[in-house]
Design a protein around this ligand. Structure first.
Ligand code: ZN
Length: 197
């Protein structure tokens, strides 16, 4: 069995003196880990070091995962972090469109003179809530969908009460589209809905 040497070197990453553990297998250059910054660097023969002792095994913190272990580790990250979740192109497009249209309409209405302040406030409020729900959906928060549904339901009730069936219909369409794009799967990845928490 190869001997494991415990040495002290200065970490090239953080400049602190760290213990390193090198297996004496005759190879030049070994990957070692700094105890302070936990970064991996190559211990090469040219490096200055101070021998400490020979040891039986490498301490847990100093073990560098092998390539295949790292792969498993990164796959775990894959399913746990939102950045790496696959967003279907239709969902991305629809979310961006929702923000552009709602904010755009709100801005245009603000600039018009023949619309009363209450309506302006309602449209502005509506745009802000839609943007919030889109931001939540973008970050894989399912609550964003329910906020979106809530706004649509309020709009629907309001329109039905005033007998404005065209607007009532227009309230349902975006929810239906959002729902359908959330169900789409990219390749074999989970759908947007399944990715959400
Ligand atoms: Zn370091």
């Amino acid at each position: 069995m190869n001997k494991i040497a415990h040495l002290k070197v200065t970490c090239p990453q953080c400049g602190e003196e760290t213990s390193i553990y090198v297996v004496e297998d005759g190879g030049s250059g070994a990957e070692v880990k700094c105890e302070h910054c936990k970064q991996v660097f190559v211990f090469s023969e040219g490096m200055e070091y101070e021998p400490v002792a020979y040891v039986e095994s490498i301490p847990y913190w100093a073990v560098i995962p092998k390539a295949d272990e790292e792969k498993i580790f990164s796959q775990e990250i894959d399913t746990n972090t939102s950045e790496l979740k696959q967003r279907h192109g239709c969902l991305t497009t629809w979310l961006i469109l929702l923000v552009i249209v709602n904010v755009g309409v709100a801005i245009v209405l603000m600039l018009l003179d023949n619309i009363d302040t209450t309506s302006k406030a309602t449209y502005a409020m509506n745009a802000i809530i839609i943007v919030i729900s889109v931001i939540l959906l973008w970050n894989w928060k399912r609550i964003g969908f329910w906020i979106f549904v809530g706004v649509a339901v309020l709009g629907l009730i309001g329109s039905l009460l005033t007998g404005d069936y065209k607007t009532a219909f227009q309230c349902i369409i975006p929810v239906a589209i959002l729902w359908s794009v959330l169900q789409r799967k990219k390749d074999n990845h989970p759908s947007g809905w399944e990715n959400m928490k």
